[in-house]
Design a protein around this ligand. Structure first.
Ligand SMILES: *Cc1c(COP(=O)(O)O)cnc(C)c1O
Length: 221
């Protein structure tokens, strides 16, 4: 497990150098969804601290115990969030990467005020305009960013996207970067096991890598 971690880190280094970027500007989010604690622990033991999960309930089962041993963990929510689970998610996760609709953004703002916390947020953009996929359509991004940042005062740090499967992701990465630039947003979460090196060339500041570190997952039912 940790040799795959080392390989991914080395690939990130190489891709960053090739793009003329410092590797420290790129955060590796190790996506541990579906993986049990005994598979995650060696990666923690190897010194890695930044992880991504896509389900609130699963994260709630796994991570509070791990945090007792490794208090400096940084946990990213990378899956869809229902507004009625926002409070629980904000207790478990440090960063919510999937803010994608006004109702959820308003729930996070309200709970932040109630609980005196301010989670770091990313907005998920449905960069391929896919009907089945979560995220704000690119055409609606500027208005939603303004709502989150200016009206609701969320701690908006970045944009996140999952390009359509089976397409060249590069134009999609470029479009995400353009949305970020015109809105003066500095962080871009893009790139997974199959395309994180391309994403780094396209300006990713964090890549979400699961399979290449932890091996294949069981197919989703
Ligand atoms: C599962 C998942 C990943 C990781 O995918 P791999 O191909 O296993 O690297 C990244 N981002 C999101 C949003 C995911 O759900």
């Amino acid at each position: 497990m940790t040799s795959t971690l080392e390989t991914v880190k080395r690939n990130i280094q190489t891709a960053a150098e090739a793009a003329g970027r410092p590797a420290r500007d790129i955060t590796l989010v190790a996506v541990s969804k579906t993986k049990p604690i005994d598979v995650i622990t060696p990666v923690l033991e190897a010194g890695h601290r930044i992880f991504g999960e896509n389900k609130v309930q699963e994260a709630a089962r796994k991570w509070p115990a791990l945090r007792e041993t490794y208090p400096d963990i940084e946990l990213h929510l990378i899956g869809p969030l229902q507004s009625n689970k926002a409070r629980q998610a904000m207790r478990i996760f440090d960063i919510i990467e999937t803010v994608d609709r006004p109702r959820l953004a308003r729930a996070i703002a309200r709970i932040s005020a109630e609980e005196g916390c301010r989670p770091r947020c990313y907005i998920q953009i449905n960069i391929g305009r896919e009907p089945q996929k979560a995220g704000v359509h690119p055409e609606a991004a500027d208005a939603f960013i303004a709502l989150c940042r200016d009206e609701l005062k969320l701690d908006l740090q970045g944009l996140m996207c999952i390009p359509p499967a089976g397409e060249d992701p590069t134009p999609h990465f470029a479009e995400l970067k353009a949305i970020a630039r015109r809105n003066r947003i500095s962080h871009l979460s893009m790139g997974m096991s199959g395309d994180y090196e391309q994403a780094i060339r396209s300006g990713a500041t964090s890549v979400r890598v699961g399979t290449a570190i932890f091996g294949p997952r069981p197919p989703v039912a």
